[in-house]
Design a protein. Structure first.
Length: 288
């Protein structure tokens, strides 16, 4: 799959743009990249135009200069739609991508047709386990894997790769090896620390009453990072939302059960989709 690049206000953003039809904007989580959705793209592009960016500071996209906030990420996502000539889209966000999808829907309600949140951020990580174990551990791991030789050595070793992946997925050995490897290439990102701190300051419960678009929340029963009760809280605060929990699933349902996820998203998109497909007169941005 060939990627493209666009020069936005903050800098260059890399993304994939495939297919035609109602638009899906797929937003990866903290430490992810557009390849977090690679298992889903081919199936989804049969009916939809699928946009999958590397968020600023991750993958091939330039990091933000200065303060990093979820509002800034949300505005950047909408700016990408502007550059591509897209009026509105269904936002699909995993983890941090879900958190900024909520913010985008509140800040730009005319641009967000609906949102699907999968193991979304948005509930402050104040538990002792998060403060004492998960957050420090995540920062340390990201720093170590930010060194290219260490990351390559770690990810090419199947046992080490599965040990890293076990933090985010329930059964790493069940995921197609190439999909898992490419998704994990996002670890060690330059923007990880600032994005994590921005996410820690964001409380989606304060925004929930302003959310008007259709919302579907999907959670993994075995999510080790953001447990199911966080999804339940989001559901309780977003009054018109639907909430489903999948067994045998961790933090990345779209990667762990791609066909099932695509079926769910396709049905959701058919119900709430928009008509902003690819325009033949809209020239794509320069490849990068």
């Amino acid at each position: 799959m060939a990627g493209s690049g666009a020069d936005l206000v903050h800098g260059r953003v890399q993304f994939l743009d495939e297919g035609q039809g109602p638009v899906l904007l797929l937003l990866h989580g903290l430490g992810g990249n557009w390849q977090s959705w690679q298992a889903n793209i081919a199936g989804l592009t049969r009916r939809h135009r699928v946009i999958t960016p590397d968020l600023p500071g991750f993958g091939g996209s330039a990091p933000y200069q200065g303060a990093v906030t979820m509002a800034r990420y949300a505005d950047t996502s909408v700016e990408l739609l502007d550059v591509l000539g897209i009026e509105s889209a269904i936002f699909v966000g995993n983890s941090m991508g879900g958190l900024l999808s909520i913010e985008a829907a509140v800040r730009h309600p005319d641009r967000v047709t609906a949102i699907l949140l999968t193991c979304s951020g948005g509930i402050p990580l104040t538990t002792m386990r998060h403060r004492a174990v998960l957050i420090p551990g995540g920062l340390a791991l990201n720093t170590m894997l930010g060194l290219g030789p260490i990351r390559r050595a770690a990810l090419t070793n199947r046992f080490v790769r599965h040990a890293i992946a076990a933090r985010i997925v329930h059964q790493p050995q069940r995921i197609q090896p190439t999909h898992l490897l490419e998704a994990l290439e996002g670890v060690g990102a330059r923007g990880f620390g600032k994005a994590l701190r921005a996410g820690l300051r964001y409380d989606a419960r304060r925004r929930a009453s302003h959310l008007r678009c259709p919302t579907l929340i999907v959670w993994g029963r075995h999510d080790r990072l953001l447990p199911v009760w966080m999804g339940q809280q989001l559901h309780d605060h977003i009054g018109h939302s639907d909430f489903v929990v999948w067994e045998d699933t961790g933090h990345c349902p779209m990667l762990e059960h791609p066909e099932r996820f695509n079926e769910l998203l396709d049905a959701f998109a058919q119900q709430y989709g928009n008509s902003s497909g690819r325009s033949d007169s809209q020239a794509p941005p320069s490849s990068g």
